[in-house]
Ligand binder design. Structure first.
Ligand code: NAP
Length: 492
């Protein structure tokens, strides 16, 4: 064993399972993962709505160290991704380190002993290092619609799907037209009597071009890993190009926009409906949605796309601003997530009783999205400004975990027990980041889940993904300070 250092990880989605696996591979055996859900999987365990599937090619939505040559489709469905995460946890020998149904409520730094003390629903736990892997899309957002509580039928969020509610022959109202809605609505439309989709503002889509992998292809992928890697490299190159279009090479955007317009015009003949679904803001400002069945579904006779503002929810339906009430038996909230909550509702208290919520104030910030000054031995995976408009978050997580491993190895090399990002390094990085973000398409003036109502963006990474991998691969000189309990702090 390389180090006896103990590491506590919060969350057992891709981030937590990946952390446990990569730490184990690096020789760190004393790892405990806490997961409040009953099973591992994170968002893939919770999001079981009809039609739930990945919209990132599966050959990229997997760990590089745990390739799966047997994905059934280009874009795997939720059940297959959930099975993959559980399988990785088992194969990597970390399944028994995951404590499910255990919520971490609070983590407090004990300066004297250089330890994190975790208060969990199953009691106290201590660790030398804290890694949070809570995701950005795990806390459902329920809009404060007047009368929502008065709705008489079942009302639920897409991430809390009620499988006990039969939809056959029912009138269903779906609020929202983001990624979750465009997967749910086509899946339920064939079985319901009527589905009314309440759209506040439309988003651009591109063809998903999903397909099933033939058995022969899967066998070839198994036999010749280089073929699978080539397939993966093709997906990565496409997403890097899309990322460039949204950031530094916006002259590429018209190409994507032309494809998006063609998709609308091909599927929808009615000029009124075309107008309703065509965004007025720039492509990529809201997350681009990949779909082949959204527009065809909107043309079905039992589907109405409602553009009028929702005035109130009544016991029997929804009333729009024009005064019209549409009846509904079931209400589905496809209204997204509190994406800026990061580690919340967990409370994190650093040295001197300073909390992470106080440090962040109006907007969460972290050096490389991972390290926060004033919070030693702590790393935030999929933290502030690590999201992309077109990226596999698994690639992103692997980069972040690689940084955590590099940090722990440096702690070991120095015989230190405390690592903390310097405020200078964090502030310099933040200035560089904000300057780059200002020119990106996400700030082109639309509503999206990246930028808050005050214009703060704690979500997006404004550069290429290869740049994130490169910057997180090592510890930049001077970025971190190290100390041992008996030693004075030394800058690296
Ligand atoms: P979302 O993209 O944030 O969409 C929420 C929708 O609800 C938007 O259409 C929004 O309208 C609408 N909305 C919110 N509050 C409203 C209100 N008060 N009244 C009316 N409409 C309201 O959420 P999401 O669809 O759950 O997707 C979130 C993210 O999760 C995605 O961008 C993606 O990163 C991830 N996701 C991924 C997959 C996958 O396949 N891998 C699938 C689902 C989700 P406005 O646009 O006007 O704000």
């Amino acid at each position: 064993m390389k180090s006896r250092r103990s590491i506590a990880v919060v969350g057992a989605g891709f981030g937590g399972v990946g952390t446990a696996a990569m730490l184990r591979r690096a020789g760190y055996e004393d790892v405990t993962v806490f997961e409040k859900g009953e099973r591992v999987g994170g968002v893939w365990f919770h999001n079981t709505y009809p039609g739930a599937a990945c919209d990132v090619p599966s050959n990229l939505y997997e760990f590089s160290f745990a390739p799966n040559p047997r994905w059934s489709r280009r874009f795997a469905p939720q059940v297959e991704i959930q099975a993959y995460i559980e399988d990785v946890a088992r194969r990597e020998g970390v399944f028994d380190r995951i404590k499910t149904s255990t919520e971490v409520e609070r983590a407090t730094w004990d300066e004297e002993r250089a330890k994190w003390v975790l208060e969990t629903s199953a009691g106290e736990h201590e660790a030398d290092v804290l890694v949070t892997a809570c995701g950005q899309l795990s806390v459902p957002s329920v809009p404060p619609l007047p009368g929502l509580d008065s709705f008489a039928g079942p009302a639920f969020h897409t991430a809390e799907w009620r499988h006990d509610v039969q939809l056959e022959g029912k009138r269903v109202a779906v609020i929202g037209t983001g990624c979750s809605a465009i997967q749910t609505v086509p899946a339920i439309q064939p079985i319901v009597e009527q589905v009314d989709v309440y759209q506040r503002s439309p988003g651009w889509t591109l063809p998903k071009m999903d397909f099933e992998y033939r058995e022969r292809t899967k066998r070839l992928f198994e036999r010749f890993p280089a073929l699978r890697r080539l397939d993966r490299a093709g997906s990565f190159a496409f997403l890097e190009t899309a990322t460039a279009a949204m950031t530094s090479r916006q002259w590429l955007l018209p190409l994507f926009r032309a494809t998006a317009r063609r998709q609308i015009n091909k599927a929808i003949a009615d000029p009124g409906l075309r107008r309703k679904v065509t965004p007025t803001d720039e492509l990529g400002c809201k997350r681009i949605m990949l779909t082949d069945d959204w527009y065809p579904t909107l043309t079905e006779p039992n589907v109405e796309l409602v553009n009028d503002r929702i005035a109130e929810v009544t016991p029997s339906g929804l009333r729009t601003a024009d005064g019209r009430e549409r009846p509904a038996d079931v209400l589905v909230l496809a209204t997204g997530f509190k994406s800026h909550a990061f580690v919340a509702p967990m409370e994190i208290e650093g040295p001197g009783g300073h909390t992470l919520a106080e440090e962040w104030g109006d907007v969460a910030r972290a050096y490389l999205g991972l390290s926060v000054p004033g919070f030693p031995n702590m790393f935030v995976l999929y933290g502030p400004n690590t999201n992309g408009g077109a990226v596999s978050i698994i690639h992103q997580l692997e980069s972040g975990i690689g940084h955590v491993v590099a940090a722990l190895e440096e702690l070991d090399r120095r015989g230190a027990d405390r690592i903390e990002v310097t405020r200078d390094a964090a502030e310099a990085f933040d200035r560089e980041l904000r300057a780059a973000l200002a020119g990106t398409v996400w700030h082109a003036g639309c509503t999206n889940w990246y930028v808050d109502e005050n214009g703060n963006d704690p979500s997006q990474w404004p550069w290429q993904w290869t740049a994130y991998r490169k910057r997180t691969a090592t510890l930049a000189p001077g970025a971190y300070s190290f100390s041992a309990r008996e030693l004075a702090p030394v800058a690296s």
